[in-house]
Design a binder for this molecule. Structure first.
Ligand SMILES: [Zn+2]
Length: 122
């Protein structure tokens, strides 16, 4: 039995279209842009969390994720230990974490990274 969280890293270019991933279980968009081009979470029940590295914060946490995550010391947390943190708080290979790095050339080359967690057992 594999108890490791499934973790995938992908890179994409910002093409001014929907840059947010879709749920691999049911196909729903995780986020959409509103009229002011702000991302708004539209996730389905499989969406466990959305982590934004730029601010080192979770944009979205499911109730289950909140309960589990509250049991650890957030000060110790950063992107580099996200996978091990997820395993520490009890997630297994039914969780897929998709680390998406988006390359943008809007104001000079830059990149930002977000991680989307999907729980196949939800
Ligand atoms: Zn879904």
């Amino acid at each position: 039995m594999n108890n490791k969280v499934a973790y995938a890293e992908v890179e994409q270019d910002d093409n001014n279209e929907n840059i947010f991933p879709f749920c691999p279980v049911c196909g729903k968009a995780t986020m959409e842009l509103d009229e002011e081009e702000n991302g708004k979470v539209t996730g389905c029940k499989h969406l466990e969390f959305i982590y934004v590295q730029e601010v080192n914060e979770f944009e979205y946490k499911s109730d289950q994720f909140k309960d589990r995550f509250n049991s650890i010391d957030f000060d110790e947390f950063e992107l580099d230990n996200l996978k091990t943190t997820l395993e520490t708080i009890g997630y297994t290979n039914s969780l897929l974490a998709l680390e998406v790095t988006t390359n943008s050339i809007a104001c000079g080359p830059s990149a930002f990274t977000s991680v989307f967690g999907f729980n196949y057992t939800n």
